[in-house]
Design a protein around this ligand. Sequence first.
Ligand code: KIV
Length: 288
Amino acid sequence: MSAQNETRRLAAPDIRARKGGEPLVCLTSYHAHTARIVDTYCDVILVGDSLGMVMHGLETTIPVTLDMMILQGHAVMRGSKRALVVVDMPFGTYEASKEQAFASAARVMKETGCGAIKLEGGRRMRETIAFLVERGVPVMGHVGLTPQAINTIGSFRAQGRDEGDWAPIEADARAVADAGAFAVVLEAIAEPLGRRITAQVPIPTIGIGASVACDGQILVLEDMLGLSPRVPKFVKRFGELGPSIEQAVQSYAQEVRARTFPSADHVYPMRKPTVTKLPERAKGPSRA
Ligand code: KIV
Protein backbone atom coordinates (compact mmCIF):
# COMPACT_ATOMS: atom_id res chain seq x y z
CA MET A 1 0.00 0.00 0.00
CA SER A 2 1.38 3.45 -0.83
CA ALA A 3 1.93 6.05 1.90
CA GLN A 4 -0.93 8.12 0.42
CA ASN A 5 -3.46 5.35 1.05
CA GLU A 6 -2.49 4.62 4.65
CA THR A 7 -5.31 6.70 6.18
CA ARG A 8 -8.53 4.80 5.59
CA ARG A 9 -11.59 7.01 5.54
CA LEU A 10 -14.31 6.05 8.00
CA ALA A 11 -17.36 4.55 6.32
CA ALA A 12 -21.01 4.40 7.36
CA PRO A 13 -20.67 0.86 8.89
CA ASP A 14 -17.80 2.14 11.11
CA ILE A 15 -20.10 4.84 12.46
CA ARG A 16 -23.01 2.38 12.83
CA ALA A 17 -20.73 0.08 14.89
CA ARG A 18 -20.09 2.85 17.42
CA LYS A 19 -23.59 2.55 18.98
CA GLY A 20 -23.19 2.76 22.75
CA GLY A 21 -19.42 3.24 22.51
CA GLU A 22 -17.11 6.23 22.61
CA PRO A 23 -19.16 9.32 21.66
CA LEU A 24 -19.11 10.22 17.97
CA VAL A 25 -17.69 13.68 17.31
CA CYS A 26 -19.37 15.43 14.39
CA LEU A 27 -19.22 18.97 13.00
CA THR A 28 -20.35 20.70 9.86
CA SER A 29 -17.93 22.10 7.31
CA TYR A 30 -18.50 23.62 3.88
CA HIS A 31 -14.94 24.44 2.80
CA ALA A 32 -11.65 22.67 2.15
CA HIS A 33 -9.72 24.75 4.73
CA THR A 34 -12.09 24.16 7.65
CA ALA A 35 -12.56 20.52 6.60
CA ARG A 36 -8.80 20.01 6.98
CA ILE A 37 -8.94 21.16 10.63
CA VAL A 38 -12.19 19.39 11.50
CA ASP A 39 -10.97 16.14 9.90
CA THR A 40 -8.22 15.74 12.52
CA TYR A 41 -10.68 15.61 15.42
CA CYS A 42 -14.02 14.44 14.06
CA ASP A 43 -15.52 11.14 13.01
CA VAL A 44 -18.17 12.69 10.75
CA ILE A 45 -18.13 15.92 8.74
CA LEU A 46 -21.60 17.01 7.68
CA VAL A 47 -21.93 19.27 4.67
CA GLY A 48 -25.21 20.58 6.03
CA ASP A 49 -27.81 22.52 4.08
CA SER A 50 -27.35 25.06 6.91
CA LEU A 51 -24.76 26.40 4.42
CA GLY A 52 -27.68 28.33 2.90
CA MET A 53 -27.98 30.39 6.06
CA VAL A 54 -24.32 30.37 7.14
CA MET A 55 -22.57 30.97 3.79
CA HIS A 56 -25.30 32.68 1.80
CA GLY A 57 -27.23 34.65 4.45
CA LEU A 58 -30.56 32.98 3.58
CA GLU A 59 -33.39 33.06 6.15
CA THR A 60 -34.10 29.32 5.82
CA THR A 61 -32.62 26.24 4.13
CA ILE A 62 -35.52 26.04 1.63
CA PRO A 63 -33.76 27.75 -1.34
CA VAL A 64 -30.63 25.54 -1.13
CA THR A 65 -30.03 23.56 -4.35
CA LEU A 66 -28.38 20.26 -5.16
CA ASP A 67 -25.67 22.12 -7.11
CA MET A 68 -24.78 24.18 -4.01
CA MET A 69 -24.46 21.00 -1.92
CA ILE A 70 -22.36 19.26 -4.58
CA LEU A 71 -19.95 22.19 -4.93
CA GLN A 72 -19.29 22.42 -1.18
CA GLY A 73 -19.36 18.63 -0.71
CA HIS A 74 -16.60 18.33 -3.27
CA ALA A 75 -14.55 21.01 -1.47
CA VAL A 76 -14.91 19.20 1.86
CA MET A 77 -13.86 15.88 0.32
CA ARG A 78 -10.73 17.55 -1.06
CA GLY A 79 -9.92 19.06 2.35
CA SER A 80 -10.39 15.88 4.40
CA LYS A 81 -9.03 12.36 4.35
CA ARG A 82 -10.19 10.47 7.46
CA ALA A 83 -13.71 11.47 8.54
CA LEU A 84 -16.89 10.16 6.94
CA VAL A 85 -18.28 13.02 4.85
CA VAL A 86 -22.08 13.16 4.82
CA VAL A 87 -23.83 15.53 2.40
CA ASP A 88 -27.32 16.86 3.15
CA MET A 89 -30.09 16.44 0.59
CA PRO A 90 -31.72 19.85 0.12
CA PHE A 91 -35.46 20.53 0.16
CA GLY A 92 -37.26 19.42 -2.99
CA THR A 93 -34.64 16.93 -4.17
CA TYR A 94 -35.88 13.73 -2.47
CA GLU A 95 -39.43 14.03 -1.14
CA ALA A 96 -41.45 13.51 -4.35
CA SER A 97 -40.60 9.81 -4.76
CA LYS A 98 -38.01 7.22 -3.86
CA GLU A 99 -36.83 7.34 -7.47
CA GLN A 100 -36.28 11.09 -7.27
CA ALA A 101 -34.36 10.55 -4.00
CA PHE A 102 -32.15 7.90 -5.61
CA ALA A 103 -31.37 10.07 -8.65
CA SER A 104 -30.41 13.02 -6.42
CA ALA A 105 -28.40 10.91 -3.97
CA ALA A 106 -26.55 9.13 -6.80
CA ARG A 107 -25.58 12.52 -8.29
CA VAL A 108 -24.31 13.73 -4.91
CA MET A 109 -22.26 10.57 -4.33
CA LYS A 110 -20.81 10.41 -7.87
CA GLU A 111 -19.96 14.11 -8.09
CA THR A 112 -18.55 14.63 -4.56
CA GLY A 113 -17.21 11.18 -3.66
CA CYS A 114 -18.87 11.51 -0.20
CA GLY A 115 -19.64 8.39 1.84
CA ALA A 116 -23.27 9.04 2.80
CA ILE A 117 -26.20 11.42 2.53
CA LYS A 118 -28.57 12.83 5.14
CA LEU A 119 -32.25 13.51 4.71
CA GLU A 120 -34.94 14.90 6.99
CA GLY A 121 -38.10 13.08 8.06
CA GLY A 122 -39.13 9.99 9.99
CA ARG A 123 -42.03 7.66 9.18
CA ARG A 124 -42.85 9.44 5.92
CA MET A 125 -39.31 8.73 4.65
CA ARG A 126 -39.21 5.06 5.71
CA GLU A 127 -39.77 3.62 2.23
CA THR A 128 -37.34 6.04 0.62
CA ILE A 129 -34.58 5.28 3.13
CA ALA A 130 -34.99 1.52 2.59
CA PHE A 131 -34.94 2.03 -1.21
CA LEU A 132 -31.72 4.06 -1.04
CA VAL A 133 -29.93 1.72 1.38
CA GLU A 134 -30.83 -1.34 -0.74
CA ARG A 135 -29.23 0.44 -3.71
CA GLY A 136 -25.94 1.33 -2.01
CA VAL A 137 -26.66 4.76 -0.57
CA PRO A 138 -25.86 5.00 3.16
CA VAL A 139 -28.44 7.25 4.83
CA MET A 140 -28.27 9.33 7.99
CA GLY A 141 -31.77 10.25 9.21
CA HIS A 142 -32.84 13.50 10.89
CA VAL A 143 -35.87 13.78 13.20
CA GLY A 144 -37.20 16.12 15.89
CA LEU A 145 -36.88 19.69 14.62
CA THR A 146 -36.54 19.39 10.85
CA PRO A 147 -35.67 22.86 9.51
CA GLN A 148 -36.84 22.08 5.96
CA ALA A 149 -40.40 21.83 7.38
CA ILE A 150 -40.26 25.45 8.62
CA ASN A 151 -43.22 26.51 6.50
CA THR A 152 -45.49 23.86 8.00
CA ILE A 153 -44.21 23.93 11.60
CA GLY A 154 -44.05 27.76 11.68
CA SER A 155 -40.93 28.32 13.81
CA PHE A 156 -37.62 26.75 14.80
CA ARG A 157 -38.77 25.73 18.27
CA ALA A 158 -37.80 22.68 20.32
CA GLN A 159 -39.99 19.59 19.95
CA GLY A 160 -41.36 17.13 22.54
CA ARG A 161 -41.31 19.43 25.56
CA ASP A 162 -44.66 17.93 26.64
CA GLU A 163 -44.63 14.18 27.22
CA GLY A 164 -47.83 13.91 25.20
CA ASP A 165 -45.83 14.90 22.08
CA TRP A 166 -43.18 12.20 22.44
CA ALA A 167 -44.85 9.26 20.67
CA PRO A 168 -44.64 10.56 17.06
CA ILE A 169 -41.00 11.63 17.49
CA GLU A 170 -40.07 8.23 18.94
CA ALA A 171 -41.94 6.53 16.11
CA ASP A 172 -40.01 8.66 13.59
CA ALA A 173 -36.64 7.67 15.06
CA ARG A 174 -37.60 3.99 15.12
CA ALA A 175 -38.86 4.13 11.53
CA VAL A 176 -35.56 5.62 10.33
CA ALA A 177 -33.62 2.88 12.15
CA ASP A 178 -35.93 0.09 10.88
CA ALA A 179 -35.53 1.37 7.32
CA GLY A 180 -31.75 0.83 7.50
CA ALA A 181 -30.27 4.26 8.26
CA PHE A 182 -26.80 3.97 9.84
CA ALA A 183 -27.36 6.89 12.28
CA VAL A 184 -29.99 9.49 13.09
CA VAL A 185 -29.70 13.16 14.02
CA LEU A 186 -31.98 14.23 16.88
CA GLU A 187 -32.41 18.01 16.64
CA ALA A 188 -33.85 20.31 19.33
CA ILE A 189 -35.90 17.87 21.38
CA ALA A 190 -36.54 17.69 25.13
CA GLU A 191 -33.54 16.16 26.94
CA PRO A 192 -35.37 13.15 28.47
CA LEU A 193 -36.78 12.31 25.04
CA GLY A 194 -33.27 12.36 23.50
CA ARG A 195 -32.10 9.99 26.22
CA ARG A 196 -35.12 7.69 25.74
CA ILE A 197 -34.78 7.48 21.95
CA THR A 198 -31.05 6.74 22.31
CA ALA A 199 -31.92 3.78 24.54
CA GLN A 200 -34.62 2.60 22.13
CA VAL A 201 -32.99 2.62 18.70
CA PRO A 202 -30.21 0.23 17.61
CA ILE A 203 -28.33 2.91 15.61
CA PRO A 204 -26.22 5.83 16.89
CA THR A 205 -28.15 8.98 17.74
CA ILE A 206 -26.33 12.22 16.96
CA GLY A 207 -27.64 15.00 19.19
CA ILE A 208 -27.90 18.69 18.44
CA GLY A 209 -29.89 20.22 21.26
CA ALA A 210 -30.95 16.71 22.39
CA SER A 211 -29.08 14.99 25.24
CA VAL A 212 -25.59 14.27 26.50
CA ALA A 213 -26.71 10.63 26.51
CA CYS A 214 -26.81 10.58 22.68
CA ASP A 215 -24.22 8.40 20.95
CA GLY A 216 -22.62 11.50 19.43
CA GLN A 217 -22.97 15.25 19.12
CA ILE A 218 -22.98 17.67 16.20
CA LEU A 219 -22.88 21.47 15.94
CA VAL A 220 -22.64 23.91 13.07
CA LEU A 221 -18.96 24.92 13.00
CA GLU A 222 -19.54 28.66 12.56
CA ASP A 223 -22.00 28.64 15.50
CA MET A 224 -19.55 27.02 17.91
CA LEU A 225 -16.71 29.28 16.71
CA GLY A 226 -18.71 32.39 17.61
CA LEU A 227 -19.11 33.57 14.00
CA SER A 228 -22.89 33.34 13.71
CA PRO A 229 -24.76 36.43 14.92
CA ARG A 230 -27.81 34.51 16.24
CA VAL A 231 -27.59 30.99 17.64
CA PRO A 232 -30.10 28.60 19.23
CA LYS A 233 -29.95 27.77 22.97
CA PHE A 234 -28.23 24.45 22.29
CA VAL A 235 -25.09 26.07 20.86
CA LYS A 236 -22.09 26.43 23.13
CA ARG A 237 -19.56 28.90 21.77
CA PHE A 238 -16.23 27.06 22.04
CA GLY A 239 -14.47 30.05 20.43
CA GLU A 240 -15.01 33.76 19.78
CA LEU A 241 -13.58 34.15 16.30
CA GLY A 242 -15.81 37.11 15.37
CA PRO A 243 -13.86 39.72 17.40
CA SER A 244 -10.44 38.39 16.33
CA ILE A 245 -11.44 38.43 12.64
CA GLU A 246 -12.73 41.98 13.05
CA GLN A 247 -9.48 43.00 14.77
CA ALA A 248 -7.43 41.55 11.91
CA VAL A 249 -9.55 43.24 9.21
CA GLN A 250 -9.34 46.58 11.07
CA SER A 251 -5.50 46.35 11.30
CA TYR A 252 -5.29 45.50 7.60
CA ALA A 253 -7.46 48.49 6.65
CA GLN A 254 -5.37 50.83 8.81
CA GLU A 255 -2.07 49.58 7.35
CA VAL A 256 -3.29 49.82 3.75
CA ARG A 257 -4.48 53.41 4.33
CA ALA A 258 -1.20 54.33 6.07
CA ARG A 259 0.84 52.65 3.30
CA THR A 260 2.67 50.51 5.89
CA PHE A 261 1.41 47.32 4.22
CA PRO A 262 2.90 45.80 2.14
CA SER A 263 6.31 46.32 3.72
CA ALA A 264 9.65 45.15 2.31
CA ASP A 265 8.93 41.66 3.73
CA HIS A 266 5.85 41.26 1.55
CA VAL A 267 7.09 42.47 -1.85
CA TYR A 268 9.45 40.92 -4.40
CA PRO A 269 12.80 42.69 -4.82
CA MET A 270 14.58 42.54 -8.18
CA ARG A 271 17.08 39.71 -8.62
CA LYS A 272 20.71 40.79 -8.01
CA PRO A 273 22.48 41.00 -11.37
CA THR A 274 24.72 38.01 -11.86
CA VAL A 275 28.41 38.88 -12.48
CA THR A 276 29.86 36.84 -15.32
CA LYS A 277 33.53 36.10 -14.74
CA LEU A 278 35.62 36.74 -17.86
CA PRO A 279 38.43 34.28 -18.72
CA GLU A 280 41.91 35.60 -17.77
CA ARG A 281 43.81 37.04 -20.75
CA ALA A 282 46.77 35.02 -21.94
CA LYS A 283 49.92 36.80 -20.89
CA GLY A 284 51.98 38.04 -23.85
CA PRO A 285 54.72 40.66 -24.49
CA SER A 286 53.67 44.14 -23.54
CA ARG A 287 53.37 46.65 -26.36
CA ALA A 288 54.63 49.43 -24.20
O1 KIV B 1 -27.76 21.44 7.99
C1 KIV B 1 -27.17 21.18 9.05
O2 KIV B 1 -26.15 21.77 9.40
C2 KIV B 1 -27.75 20.14 9.89
C3 KIV B 1 -27.24 20.01 11.28
C4 KIV B 1 -27.79 21.11 12.10
C5 KIV B 1 -27.51 18.68 11.87
O3 KIV B 1 -28.62 19.45 9.48
